[in-house]
Design a protein around this ligand. Structure first.
Ligand code: AMP
Ligand code: ZN
Length: 529
């Protein structure tokens, strides 16, 4: 990161990052043909923004009723890299990522936020605040940039009520006992080909599926219909007045309301994990069409799931690891702790659309790969070309290096394929090695190509991939501090609950990772051993 003066580099990474925003290397958007895999059409398409040079991007954010898990981190990190690359290409991007703090129900129909609040005997807003802060901490630890706007569902109830009114007015919504439902059958017959296009589901299959569950459906005209407004039941605590009842909006409605408000009725990119394709995104498309007669999104992007040892991560069958357990090594699934940047590097090695399996061996390899890349970059940035020794002609090595640089960009242009870009960067690294070891003569690579290589490394590693150099003291301490605040917070919660097992597990895990934790009257402190 030599291009930034020491006075700036000494700042905590998140302050440094926002200053970097102003010096971010930007290209001219017209030089690139960017292709995206559009889940709506099931194929790669050339990306063309609605308005030249501008992009509106909406990503479904977390439901803040529990700690953010690693799978969420994979999805948000993937979209962070997409956001960074779009900025790098020179687009002005408005990136909206919401906070879901109402309406996302559990399988037994209870609001996740309200359930979390009841269990912890807190106000729902207290629960939302606590896990939103935890989510932001985690995003910072992974060095994800904040979005341009982060709206909350509870802050947009009037907008959601307006959409329900529009849907009813256009004939696609009906009221039953104070709840309002979206009439899927009518919508499908009047607008054929829209419902089911994203998820690939056929309406009749959906009906067969939902017939098993008719008990909770008796209010609806048709089992495929979904609630857009729900009348509160006795005991519901997150409720608002509406023309139909005191109640709360259906979960899918919030994303329609917030994306429309900040990005317009049709916008460029909508993202989320592929588990959201159905019913969340399918219903979002239908109700948006139902409300305004137009398609909400041009390009739908879906990330694939994070696995642990080849199986879906799941809390219920114990096949799970939290980010903090992964960082500290306090889990039977890993032999040691892995730093946030090693985990980020690991994520970069796969395309966002492929499943990603977390295993101890793969993380060990990623740790080596990450350190090697940082090392090579340091060697490269210190390398001094000697212009006097060159005769000005293009060499074979020049051509090979420029070809690899083109491959790195081609990888990113091909649906943000970080795996290909990273592989090209690693191959470029072997040129740097050869130059440093004098296996390549200094005259084999032209000075301007060396300068280009330096810029490409800095740009890809820090600006596009969003890695931090944890081998550099300043950023290491900043990241570690953020991380330790979070870990000690979780430990303090465990101690309040008298969960001494978790508290000791965290302390022992940290000790194994070289960090001593001391509990005193003034609170808990830590130090590197
Ligand atoms: P949630 O908080 O459950 O609403 O999820 C927030 C985001 O994380 C959504 O885009 C989900 O699709 C995504 N997500 C949830 N689980 C995983 C997983 N195991 N791997 C990748 N992304 C996930
Ligand atoms: Zn959403």
């Amino acid at each position: 990161m030599d291009r930034y003066p020491t006075t700036i580099r000494c700042l905590p990474p998140w302050v440094f990052e926002s200053i970097k925003l102003h010096t971010f290397t930007r290209m001219n958007t017209t030089n690139h043909t960017l292709k995206l895999y559009n889940s709506l059409h099931g194929k790669k398409e050339v990306f063309e923004p609605l308005e030249s040079g501008h992009i509106g991007m909406y990503v479904c954010g977390p439901t803040v009723y529990s700690d953010v898990h690693l799978g969420n981190c994979r999805t948000f990190t993937s979209f962070d890299i997409i956001y960074r690359y779009l900025l790098h290409l020179g687009y002005k991007v408005r990136y909206v990522r919401n906070i879901t703090d109402v309406g996302h129900l559990t399988d037994d129909g209870e609001d996740r936020m309200a359930k979390g609040a009841k269990v912890a005997q807190l106000e729902p807003m207290e629960v939302a605040q606590r896990y939103t802060v935890g989510f932001h901490d985690m995003m910072r630890i992974f060095n994800n940039r904040p979005p341009s706007i982060e709206p909350r569902a509870t802050g947009h109830i009037p907008e959601q009520i307006d959409i329900v009114k529009d849907i009813i007015e256009r004939g696609y919504g009906y009221e039953r006992n104070g709840s309002v439902y979206f009439n899927v059958r009518k919508f499908d017959s009047e607008n054929p080909g829209i419902y089911g296009q994203l998820s690939g589901r056929v309406l009749d299959d959906l009906l067969a599926e939902s017939r098993d569950n008719l008990k909770s459906q008796d209010e609806k005209d048709d089992p495929a219909d979904f609630a857009i407004w729900m009348k509160a039941r006795p005991g519901d605590i997150m409720v608002w007045k509406s023309p139909w009842s005191v109640g709360f909006p259906g979960w899918h409605l919030e994303c329609s309301a917030m994306s429309t408000k900040y990005l317009g009725t049709t916008f460029d990119i909508h993202g989320g994990g592929n588990d959201l394709k159905f019913p969340h995104h399918e219903n979002e498309i239908a109700q948006h069409h139902g409300a305004c007669g137009c398609s909400p999104v041009r390009y739908w992007l879906h990330t694939n799931m994070l696995l642990l040892n080849g199986k879906k991560m799941s809390k219920s069958d114990g096949n799970t690891i939290t980010p903090v357990e992964l960082f500290t090594g306090a889990s039977p699934f890993v032999s040691k702790g892995y730093s946030p940047m090693v985990v980020r590097f690991y994520m970069l090695q796969a395309h966002y659309g492929s499943p990603l399996d977390i295993t101890d061996e793969a993380l060990q390899a990623a740790e080596k790969g990450y350190r090697k890349l940082m090392e090579i970059n340091k060697i490269l940035q210190k390398f001094e070309a000697n212009p006097a020794a060159y005769d000005g002609s293009e060499t074979d090595s020049d051509r090979a290096i420029l070809q690899l640089v083109a491959e790195a960009y081609a990888g990113m242009d091909d649906d943000f394929n970080t795996a290909i870009a990273l592989a090209a960067l690693n191959e470029l690294g072997s040129f740097v090695h050869k130059l440093a070891n004098q296996q390549l003569a200094a005259t084999d690579v032209s000075p301007w190509v060396i300068e280009r290589l330096k810029t490409v490394f800095l740009t890809f590693i820090f600006d596009i991939f969003g890695l931090l150099d944890e081998t550099e003291n300043n950023s290491d301490n900043g990241t570690l501090e953020g991380l330790m605040n979070l870990v000690l917070d979780i430990r303090a919660d465990a101690r309040t609950r008298k969960d001494w097992g978790t508290s000791d597990k965290i302390r022992d895990g940290l000790a194994a990772a070289g960090i001593a934790v001391k509990d005193g009257k003034e609170g808990t402190s830590w130090a590197k051993i």
